[in-house]
Write a protein that binds this ligand. Sequence first.
Ligand code: ACM
Ligand code: ZN
Length: 767
Amino acid sequence: MKFQAVRQLYALCAIGAALTCSCSSGNAESDLSIVPVPESATLHSGNFTITQGTTIGYADDTLLPAAQYLSSLLSPATGLDITVQKGDGSITLAIDSIAGPEGAYTLKATPKNISIIGNSYGGVIAGIESMRQMLPAEIESRTPVDSIDWTIPAVDISDAPRFAWRGIMLDVSRHFYTKQEVMNLLEVMALYKMNRFHWHLTDDQGWRVEIKKYPLLTGKGAWRKFNSQDRDCIYRARTQKNPDFELPVEKLRIVDGDTLYGGYYTQADIREIVDFATVRGIEVIPEIDMPGHMLAAVSNYNGVACFDETGWGKSFSSPVCPGKDSAMEFCRNVYDELIDLFPGRYIHIGGDEVEKKNWKKCPDCQKRMRDNNLSTEEELQSWFIHRMEAVINAKGKQMIGWDEIIEGGLSPTATVMWWRSWSADAPARATALGNDVILTPNAQFYLDYAEDQNSIPNIYNFDTTCGLPDSLQSHILGVQGNVWCEWIPSEARMQYMAIPRLLAIAELGWSNPSKKDITEFRNRLAAQFHRLNIMGINYHIPSLEGIHTLNAFTDQGTVTVTCPDPTAHIRYTTDGTEPTLQSPLYTGTPTVTESTDFTFRTFRPDGKPGDIIHTRFVKDTFTPATELSNATPGLSAAWHEFTGNKCALITEAPLNGTYVTEGVDIPAEAKGNIGLVITGYITVPNDGIYTFDLLSDDGSILNIDGMTILDNDGPHAPVEITGQKALAKGAHPIEVRYFDQNGGTLKLRVFGPDGSELPAAQIYSHL
Ligand code: ACM
Ligand code: ZN
């Protein structure tokens, strides 16, 4: 499937599954509620208080920007004019030889003063962010707040990052974000000690950086008539009544009667943003994606593509022509001008998703291949990337490319950004060759995919070792979340998609694994929402917990719902309408004695609505069991050669074979076009309400006793839903239908009335 289509499917998915949250702590690192959790913290008695007369000292001139930054964080809310001075202050910043990797710091707060010592500029910034998070959240207010004691506890913190690379990528081509909007994102990144901003500056849908030698790149290439994704966004804004899907009017302009969407950064804008990031310890890595994804360039300049006619091929746009010297010169010139704007160490060349059909037909490309003994178009791509790497290296920089750069021959000095989860051996292949790798596999780290209850645990518990031997671990530079913006037209939507997942990536990238604990992380995350609200940051209110898509009760049901964001208000309706700010507030635990449909919606303190959750509370009776004789363990799975996208149609497809599975599993034999009908019996030990948790990629349906308990149908990425049924002790017919075309996932877990999971080996049988 075309990757863009996959991204759209992921972006559309939303699910409901239950999680539990327990609030416990017991050590200073978690009590301080700092994200990412620090390596060690020891609390002492007393507090340091910011008052009139508090000063910020800096030990050497390189720390003046850090001192000014800290003053800018502290002054507005306190209403104090916190001055900076060379030498000691009440808060003193210094660089010294703190043990640990680059970015390590110590923070010592006593009732009299605070000392922040980093082993680099970035270490000092990390210490500042820890101090910032220990202050009351109101410190984020940009106007004075009265009646707050601006204190932090007396504490000794010693902290160091796990990885050097803790990144966020923003795609400003598909939709454009202004200078201020980019800075707002950098501000959140800094707060959570993220230190790499990967700026996807160009793509087929818009060129966003001024290149003086080629003014048409922005003059024409930064503006477009509405494309299908714009129209999707406008449609969603209307049908979902969500203004965050509107295209902001300031990004529209009328030219010759046409409404055009776009925008770009002048070189002065770029320098300003880079300076803003640098002050906050963030390196900016520009990406001009080549040789594919260059439509804005190839359609505005001659001699850059293989042929005069440019546009879309089967999946991707017409690429640059590596066979033409004019195209190579164009690419070289663009990078020559671009690189001078970025003081950091890395430049990203892109290199992903290149449609090579034109190269096969192009006489210049074929000649280039002959002249250089290249036997495949993949090798031609490598030849191009190696040439561009030489341009980048000549400017003293290192090149990064998406993992496609491994194909056709990887240069020994390139850094690989692994994004294709389905190309799972990319880290092993690259590190075995001695190359560095940055982890950004799409299944977990693509923040434009819809967020569900599994998203944060899937990031937080991601195995960053990638199963590599210890000797290769140093080649893993770190982790990054990518915000692709085809369906993200506004800053509010961008923040909603990125946050709070960004915080999980930050902690994965920073904290020592021995300090990480998902339950404690959730508690510390809950404490961040108040701060984010004051900062005016939009975020995804985490999904409600405690309810299922289908909830069963026999006499009386209790509606217990909690929200992991303690600042959110939960409102609901029982008449099927969308909850509004006027709908009843969920307080206490309402009870129901008749079947009732509940629709819940969370609201931010400022009234901004979150997701809508539809749930059913069904008055049920214990369905009688079926008498079984001669049943054998396991379930019967029929595999049909299925290419459709609805479970109901599976049995119409030809049967490939029938297998016995232990539980609800995909038989090992079933590959490619899979339509499964799994049948048999589930035997439960007692009368009770049983809970079913169905995870599938793509669609699935669970029927028990001929009744649909869970409907997870349709094509989609992994989606988990839960539901309940009252069952009498004994055997009950079960049927699960499932389909996928290309290696998906299917998992059904069953929980008894006491919450314990029933092992598949004990409950399933078939005739
Ligand atoms: C990518 O998502 N095409 C890197
Ligand atoms: Zn060509």
